[in-house]
Design a protein around this ligand. Structure first.
Ligand SMILES: [Zn+2]
Length: 327
């Protein structure tokens, strides 16, 4: 197997260059080591340690080609600092093509884990100790969940200047101000002083090539701003739409769901956003936007129970304090 087996991640001991590593983290029921794939680009000169994680939810794979393309395209002779990238965090979920672990746990609600507890708690705890604590900034790459679509958007605590700067330079389509929630990887990193954002890249269970290059450019721009790469030469893309908050709307009646607007559409309060039909094709309910906003994501699953998600609506609010100065 390509890649060096390691028991700890000793970044100081690694020589300059690109490293493909298998980091031992837990054992399975046969006593075999379960190993995380880790890519490290170690620069020739000292600098920040930038962490990138992907597939914490096992079927959210759009971040994987972003990591591959970014790391393989870095010139470590010119790089200041180190990039540590985990293409697949939720190894078991990834193999099963599902969000949760094989133990039916959502890893992104278990951080920072526990030294002892369920497998997922220990896994997360060791991930924090072995990798995350070493970082100076973190980008956690996700996608929409199964049965939904997303635009390219970032969840970030826009009241933290470094986090806001990182989010803004990445040039997503939308940024949602969202203080870090307990038990997420982003929240656990922020709690130990690591500026962290969650980048939601499109849709689950697939590679969307149009997003790969854009995100590689965005991450390189952040790395330039942090002094890891020479000053960027490409112009920044369109400024993102900044939302002060966001919320999902839900059905109160089961049936066949049709959502009207597409992602990134602006909707007005009272505008029809979805209709639920009964088994005979008669409209049983229609739903309207609770307020003006921008569509961040929506359901594409026609089968909706009572309480199904309809649409994720952002409250557009370009508050000056949320928008960092251009670099
Ligand atoms: Zn996710």
């Amino acid at each position: 197997m390509i890649g060096q087996h390691i028991e700890t991640l000793d970044l100081d001991a690694l020589p300059v260059g690109l490293h493909r590593l298998w980091l031992s983290i837990i054992h399975d029921g046969l006593g075999r080591q379960v190993r995380l794939p880790v890519m490290v680009a170690k620069g020739r000169r000292e600098g920040p340690i930038c962490g990138i994680t992907s597939a914490v939810h096992g079927n959210e794979v759009n971040g994987i080609p972003v990591i591959h393309s970014l790391l393989q395209g870095l010139d470590t002779q010119r790089l200041k600092g180190t990039v540590v990238a985990l293409p697949v965090v939720n190894i078991e979920g990834f193999i099963l093509r599902q969000r949760r672990t094989d133990d039916d746990v959502d890893l992104n609600h278990r951080f920072p884990g526990k030294i002892d507890g369920r497998e997922a708690d220990i896994f997360v705890y060791r991930l924090m100790e072995l990798v995350i604590r070493k970082l100076d900034l973190l980008l956690d790459l996700h996608t929409a969940s199964f049965g939904r679509v997303n635009c390219l958007y970032i969840r970030a605590d826009m009241t933290d200047p470094q986090t806001a700067r990182m989010a803004y330079l990445l040039r997503p389509q939308i940024i949602v101000h969202n203080p870090p929630h307990d038990m997420t990887l982003r929240g656990a990193a922020a709690a130990i002083g690591i500026p962290a954002i969650t980048l939601e890249i499109g849709n689950p269970n697939r590679f969307q090539r149009e997003y790969t290059k854009r995100n590689v450019t965005g991450i390189r721009t952040v790395m330039s701003a942090w002094g890891m790469l020479p000053k960027r030469t490409v112009a920044l893309g369109e400024p993102p739409v900044v939302c002060a908050s966001s919320a999902w709307t839900y059905t109160d009646h089961g049936g066949l769901l049709r959502v009207s607007p597409d992602v990134r559409d602006l909707v007005k309060q009272g505008e029809t956003i979805a209709t639920v039909y009964n088994a005979f094709g008669d409209a049983a309910r229609s739903y309207t936007a609770p307020h003006d906003g921008i569509v961040i994501g929506h359901s594409v699953d026609p089968v909706a129970n009572t309480g199904a998600r309809i649409l994720h609506l952002g409250v557009v609010n370009q508050l000056p304090s949320f928008v960092p100065r251009e670099d």
